[in-house]
Design a protein. Sequence first.
Length: 97
Amino acid sequence: METLEEALQCIKTLKIENERLRAELDMYKNRNTGGRKKHDKAWMASYQKFADRYEQGMTIMEIVDQGEISRRTAYRYKAYYEELNKRKSSVEKLDDK
């Protein structure tokens, strides 16, 4: 780069390349990586139905027999439910002190 014009042209070229690479990076950041989905609205709605039924006294198998979730999912929800209740009770104990 001997002249100002060459330097400016080089900067312009690098900016264009930078924009292209940013767009490519965004594409990779937003792609679907597969696997189990996070706790989105559909998951929360399904879990809430399970929690309501479980709190009403239904057994896991009674909930599964309704056909909306699998047995494995029901046990996963149960573990999540128990973890939340354990955390909730430990927070309440701290509040009592």
